[in-house]
Ligand binder design. Sequence first.
Ligand code: DGL
Length: 268
Amino acid sequence: MSQDRPIGVFDSGVGGLTVLQALRDRLPDEDFLYLGDTARLPYGTKTAATVRRYALNAANHLSAGNIKLLVVACNTATSYALDALAEASPMPVVGVVLPGVRAALATGATRIGVIGTEGTIRSDAYQQALSTLDPSIEVAATPCPLFVPLAEEGWGDHPVTDQIARHYLKDLLDWGAETIILGCTHYPMLTASLQRVVGPKVRLVDSARAVADAVIVEHADLVDVAAGGRGSVHIQLTDASDRFLRIATSILGVEPEHLTVVDIDGVA
Ligand code: DGL
């Protein structure tokens, strides 16, 4: 039965685990197959063509795992490759940009800042989605390239992260951003530092929960919302990483039971 097949989730590294955890909270009976493309991290500094190639490669690999739905838990891959993935994949594909944009608009802010990788900001995906859904919104966007290594290092609540965040976010704060979209799935891991820097009045929007909502609403025929907690998580990495295991354990609240290293280079 198609309902019994796993949901595939992928990111370049640990960032997508924030989305996986939100999905598990809402869909505890579902099985998940998570791919972290750790061998090719970061995606955010690569060109559009390379990110598209990596994303198609990851999707084809997960598709061979008989997934029923693909969640692209990476903003860079969503920004550059969502259309290509939707066209090439036999299963439905859900990205992170639109759910994040809807969640930001729901805050009622009229000045919305977007932060993300260089690729995501350069792609203009958030800026376009925001102005399409609400042309009256003012948008400013800024890349924060050092945030991914800080998240991978586990420095989510750290004076060094505070200092770098003050530098990156200064212009957005001076401009008067009321809400800031964390347009990279790694960034929610830095929430403690980021919230300290932006202050209590600025809302930080993490799309993880909004993505889980989109999966449930848009694919109600495919997912089981029962709350039995029988679901499993299988994690695959393209490069072995102790750091991944440490961060995964802290995000998921348990050490991943099923973790394997896979070679996806040969996958078309
Ligand atoms: N987590 C990915 C994203 O949401 C980016 C990390 C990377 O640069 O690989 O864009």
